[in-house]
Design a protein. Sequence first.
Length: 315
Amino acid sequence: NFGVFTLGDALITFNPSDTGPLRYVSTFSRKVGGAELNFAIGCARLGLSSKWMSRLGGDEFGRVIYNFARGEGIDVSEVKLMDGYPTSLNFKEIREDGSGKTFYYRYQSPILTMEPSDITEAVLKDVDLVHLTGVFLAIDPKNLDITMQVLKLAKKNNIPVSFDPNIRLKLWTIEEAKAAYMKVFPYVDILLTGKDEIELIHGDSSNESLEELAEEFKIAHLVIKDGGNGAKVFINGQWHEKEAFKVQPIDTVGAGDGFDAGYVYSYLHNYSPLESLQFANGVGALVTTVSGDNEGLPELDEVFAFIRNEKIIER
Ligand code: ATP
């Protein structure tokens, strides 16, 4: 079985029981969120061995997250609960059309207690792919050092790296984000980014300009996610494109993380470019049909059942 590794913060998410502006919502349900954790759950549900490294609050909410990750079958051997650091919270607002907005109550994140020296050879043992995101980078400047440590260790051990910039302009500026991404990109084999996001980062999302980006940083798979329009990928000098599945989205948050897990699964299983996009689109679409960031992440059988009716014509 293939093993994936990811690293990042997690938080408690309060989901509103009603749609509409948050000021009119008075009841919430407590959920667990965090881009990298969502990715780890997505991978575990697809049957991959999934390891998630983190530092959680040494409080009741930290335990909720820890138990939740364990319950999903994630390897939590690199997760520690840190006393004196409250778990971060966020509250979701969901509009009638399924679009959302998030309000953060982020304190000194427990993840700030992590150090580059925590990244040892043992951390990447039995790992076939490393997945990192820009959320971890955005939390604190020091996280770039930790990220670089992971990237160098991955390179040294010939482990492919996927990266989702997952830009969060509430946490840092576009200039800060770009400076960090430029350090990370040379190590990235699979870049999984949103269309609007890459436009912000790269200034242009035309195919020609993206091809230059892929060539400059030797990115083998440059994947562009485009919500309800589907996704495309530039591999070996060629573009491949696939439409999204037609679904009724209820909550689109987490679709990108699910797509990433689906794409990584396809990559590890040597799927063709179109099969990879179809599979990842399937995971992303299924996530949007369920409320919550990770509740809709499908199991392998569900993805196969969902995409079965769509034939791929390769030539
Ligand atoms: P986020 O980080 O908010 O999850 P993202 O920008 O990384 O978002 P999106 O492009 O919104 O990701 O969505 C990822 C993938 O999920 C899309 O490429 C598509 O395959 C699927 N998806 C998203 N929205 C829809 C939709 N409305 N209908 C069908 N599929 C969707």
